[in-house]
Ligand binder design. Structure first.
Ligand SMILES: Cc1cc2nc3c(=O)[nH]c(=O)nc-3n(C[C@H](O)[C@H](O)[C@H](O)COP(=O)(O)OP(=O)(O)OC[C@H]3O[C@@H](n4cnc5c(N)ncnc54)[C@H](O)[C@@H]3O)c2cc1C
Length: 397
């Protein structure tokens, strides 16, 4: 394993880190407040700046205006962007658009790319990935998929009910997973559906534990006899589950990197408080129970960083299939550490930590989703245990 990064990437990482520290973090509350009031003025200004600095959509190939970074490079930059909950959006790398763009780059036809990828690259449009359905439909187990796409004459008719289609209310493009046959492996297909197609009903954006933030609004959608042509099929008919896996492994990793950035920032903020605040005759930093809290979280962040880089390193070598269990381990580990770091950060700051004068409580509410979205902890553990029992996972790499 070689986790070293090139000089070029090191410089890029420093530039992104500086941009986030100096420009994004000071304005993140303004961006959130404007978003709640229906405005994107400050976000747009920062995005224009990211474009002028050559830091826009860095995950994409150079031919599409990106920086052609590959998984290791993405990890290195996404950690820096993740230090602010609005950071990824400033560089046009936020979920779900980033994963959707990557999937379109890999599998869409030229015509599909011209229609859908271009506006996503320029951030004139957003997208949503519509897989999950209310019970008894697809959730942890995608084989429960109920949404259907039926062949009628020379087109497809989609019927179904989705929820947790993040950003689906405001999106221009929906990537809709639908059942096209009963085959357990090849029974699903992804369709590129315009959000304004007749029959697509935006039932609501529903409230969750986390605050609504930019594109992160959870939509419930109905598909009522939505008619699409063959050119809406992404990849081939029957490839839906396979494409979802192609999308999810790297997308999961980019989540991990953003979460690591936020966890590291939260722990750094604790340092500032612990070295100044005094209790029982010494600074909090001198109390061993808090030192232990710091050490546990530092250890978890460091381990999560190495696990994520190891998985990215595998992807960089074309070992996506072998990387699956490692990406599951990284995802559960980092999701859990993010929740713990934020919970402990609140604890270490006492009443100030619980107040919204500091952002920990807001971040914590959103972070809780990390243990459910993109597959709950238990499902990732099931994958790890299964692959390990079959002798497919080498732990002492
Ligand atoms: C903030 C957020 C954003 C999301 N964004 C999207 C999106 O953009 N697009 C999309 O399609 N979906 C999205 N999801 C949905 C997410 O992928 C699902 O919530 C997740 O896959 C779990 O499905 P479910 O909610 O139906 O839970 P269920 O399938 O009902 O499972 C409930 C619980 O059962 C347990 N469980 C399940 N399987 C097992 C098992 N094998 N062993 C042991 N325990 C198990 C787990 O604890 C799980 O949490 C999002 C979810 C959240 C919270």
């Amino acid at each position: 394993m070689d986790f070293s990064i090139s000089d070029e990437l090191r410089v890029l990482r420093e530039r992104v880190a500086e941009f986030v520290q100096q420009r994004v973090i000071p304005l993140e509350r303004v961006i959130v407040d404007e978003d709640r009031a229906g405005s994107t003025t400050t976000l747009r200004a920062l995005q224009a700046h990211a474009i002028s600095e050559g830091l826009w959509t860095p995950h994409l190939p150079k031919a599409l205006g990106g920086l052609g970074l590959g998984p290791m490079g993405m990890c290195a930059l996404f950690r820096e962007m993740g230090r602010s909950p609005v950071g990824a959006r400033v560089f046009n790398c936020d979920a779900p658009d980033q994963g959707n763009m990557d999937l379109l780059v890999q599998t869409a036809t030229e015509a599909q790319q011209a229609r859908w990828l271009a506006p996503l690259v320029h951030a004139t449009m957003t997208s949503a990935f519509c897989m999950t359905e209310p019970a008894p439909g697809a959730g942890s187990d995608p084989s429960n998929l109920r949404t259907t796409a039926k062949r009628v004459d020379d087109h497809w008719v989609i019927d179904g009910h989705k929820w947790y289609s993040t950003g689906g209310g405001a999106a221009g493009l929906l990537l809709v997973m639908a059942r096209t046959s009963d085959d357990p492996r090849t029974g699903a297909t992804i369709f590129l559906v315009p959000r304004d197609a007749p029959g697509v009903v935006h039932v609501r954006d529903f409230k969750t534990m986390g605050d609504e933030l930019l594109q992160h609004r959870e939509a419930e959608l109905l598909f009522e006899g939505v008619r699409v042509e063959d050119d809406a099929v992404l990849g081939a008919v029957g490839q839906g589950f396979a494409l979802a896996q192609t999308r999810l492994v790297p997308a999961r990793l980019t989540h991990c990197m953003r979460w690591l950035g936020l966890a590291d920032r939260a722990l750094s903020m604790c340092r500032d408080y612990l070295v100044k605040r005094e209790a029982f005759g010494k600074t909090l930093a001198h109390h061993q129970m808090l030192q232990r809290m710091i050490a546990e979280n530092a250890r978890a962040i460091h381990a999560g960083n190495l696990m994520s880089f190891h998985c990215a390193w595998m992807l960089e070598r074309g070992l996506a299939k072998d990387a699956r269990a490692y990406s599951s381990m990284a995802k559960t580990h980092v999701a859990q550490l993010l929740c713990k770091v934020l919970d402990d950060a609140i604890q270490m700051h006492g009443g100030l930590g619980y107040s919204e004068d500091l952002p920990f409580s807001i971040w914590y509410r959103s972070a809780r989703a990390a243990r459910i979205a993109d597959g709950p902890d238990e499902v990732h553990d099931m994958v790890v245990a299964r692959d390990w029992l079959m002798g497919r996972v080498e732990l002492l790499v």
